[in-house]
Design a binder for this molecule. Structure first.
Ligand SMILES: Cc1cc2nc3c(=O)[nH]c(=O)nc-3n(C[C@H](O)[C@H](O)[C@H](O)COP(=O)(O)OP(=O)(O)OC[C@H]3O[C@@H](n4cnc5c(N)ncnc54)[C@H](O)[C@@H]3O)c2cc1C
Length: 328
C-alpha cells in the first residue's frame, strides 16, 4: 500500500510504500533532501510533519528524522530543503594514490589524484565514498579546498578492527588505485554573516579544514572560531595549520582542547564542546558546525540548544558513523 507525501508550500508530491522511510521514498521519486548518516545519529534529515500519522522512533520530538520515519497515512511534510536529484552530480572514479603519510599514530593522510582531465565539482565540507571490492562503502571527507578539483585529500582514522583501516590502508601506496564516488553530504557552510563556531573531534578536522581554506581564499570578515578536541597533543595532527590561520586572519580564532593532556600542556582541557560553552554564555545568533564522533556531536547539539540558546536549525554536523555498526 502506498501513501502520498506532499511537501508543504510546493507542488511536490511522491508515493511512499508502507514500511519505506520518507527519505528513501523521496530518493526513489527523484528528490533529494539533506541527509548524512542514514541511521538517526546526525539529524541532518530532520523536518516537520504538518499533517498525518507516522511511525517514528522519537514520537515525542517536534522534529522527526526522515531517514527513520515511515508513514502510516498520507502526509504533508516540511523538509529543510528538497530538490530534484541531478543524475550527473556524482562521479565514480578510479583515483590514483599519490601519497600516504602518517600524521599521527592512528591518522593517515591519503592523497588521491583523479585521472588526467577529470575534475570533480564539490562543496567544501562534502565527503566521498570509497567503494571496496565487494561493493561495501566507507565515507571520508575531502580535506582539500574545492578549487583543487583534480585531487582528494583524506584524513583517515585507523580504526582498530576496521575493514578499510586493516585490509585496505596498509596496502595503499603511491601508484595504487581506490574506487571512489563523490561528492555527497550536507556539511557545507551556509552563506551569511552570523559568527560561526566549528567544533571538531579527531579527524573531524578534515571537512572543516576544507571549509576554512575555501573561506579564507574567498575573503570576508565573518567571525569564525575553531575548537579542535583530541585526547593527547599528538592527536591534533595538523595543529600548526589553524595556529597559522589564526596568526594570518584577524576574524579567526583557534582553541585546541585536550581531554587527556600530558603535564606539559598549558592549553584548554576537558570535553571540546564544554570549552565552547565556557567561552560563549549564549550561542543565539551563531551557526555551529560540528564534526567527528557521535558522542561529541550529540552532546554539542543537546547542550548548545538546551543551555546556550542555539536554534536547532543553526546546528550543522557530520557524524563519523560506519555502515559496519548496527543501525539505531
Ligand atoms: C559523512 C561521513 C564522513 C566521514 N569522514 C571521515 C573522515 O574524514 N575521516 C575519518 O577518519 N572518518 C570519517 N568518517 C568515519 C568513517 O567513515 C568510519 O570511521 C569508517 O567507516 C571506518 O572504516 P573502517 O572500514 O576502517 O572501519 P569499519 O569496518 O567501518 O568499523 C569497524 C568498527 O570500528 C568502529 N568504528 C568505526 N569508525 C569509527 C569511528 N570513527 N570512531 C569510533 N569507532 C569507529 C565501529 O565500532 C565499527 O564497528 C566519516 C563518516 C561519515 C558518515
Amino acid at each position: 500500500m502506498a501513501f502520498t507525501i506532499r511537501v508543504a508550500d510546493t507542488d511536490i508530491a511522491f508515493p511512499c510504500e508502507a514500511g519505506t522511510t520518507i527519505l528513501e521514498a523521496a530518493r526513489l521519486a527523484g528528490y533529494e533532501m539533506p541527509y548524512s548518516c542514514l541511521r538517526g545519529a546526525c539529524a541532518s534529515c530532520r523536518g516537520l510533519v504538518r499533517s498525518g500519522e507516522v511511525e517514528t522512533p522519537y514520537p515525542e520530538d517536534l522534529y522527526i528524522l526522515f531517514c527513520q520515519t515511515r508513514p502510516r497515512s498520507d502526509l504533508e511534510i516540511v523538509p529543510r530543503e528538497i530538490r530534484r536529484i541531478d543524475p550527473g552530480a556524482k562521479s565514480t572514479i578510479d583515483a590514483k594514490v599519490l601519497r600516504v603519510t602518517e600524521a599521527a599514530d592512528d591518522v593517515r593522510i591519503v592523497q588521491l589524484r583523479f585521472p588526467p582531465g577529470v575534475r570533480v565539482k564539490f562543496k567544501a565540507g562534502q565527503y566521498l565514498d570509497v567503494i571496496l571490492a565487494d561493493g561495501a562503502r566507507r565515507s571520508f571527507s575531502m580535506a582539500n579546498a574545492p578549487q583543487q578539483s583534480d585531487i582528494a585529500v583524506l584524513h583517515v582514522r585507523v580504526v582498530p578492527g576496521g575493514r578499510f583501516a586493516e585490509e585496505v590502508l596498509p596496502g595503499l601506496a603511491a601508484g595504487g588505485t581506490l574506487r571512489v564516488e563523490l561528492p555527497s553530504g550536507d556539511f557545507w557552510l551556509r552563506e551569511g554573516d552570523r559568527p560561526v563556531v566549528f567544533v571538531a573531534s579527531g579527524t573531524g578536522f578534515a571537512p572543516i579544514k576544507s571549509i576554512l581554506e575555501d573561506t579564507f581564499r574567498k575573503g570576508g570578515a565573518r567571525q569564525m572560531a575553531l575548537y579542535w578536541g583530541a585526547r593527547r597533543e599528538k592527536d591534533l595532527y595538523l595543529s600548526g595549520l589553524p595556529e597559522k590561520w589564526a596568526a594570518q586572519h584577524a576574524n579567526f580564532r583557534y582553541v585546541p582542547v585536550l581531554s587527556e593532556p600530558g603535564a606539559e600542556w598549558a592549553g584548554r582541557t576537558g570535553f571540546v564542546h564544554r570549552a565552547v560553552m565556557e567561552d560563549y554564555p549564549t550561542l543565539a545568533g551563531h551557526a555551529v558546525y560540528a564534526c567527528g564522533v557521535s558522542a561529541m556531536v550529540d552532546a554539542a547539539r543537546r547542550d548548545f540548544t538546551a543551555d546556550r540558546g542555539l536554534a536547532a536549525d543553526d546546528f550543522y554536523c557530520d557524524v563519523f558513523v560506519t555502515p559496519a555498526d548496527p543501525k539505531t
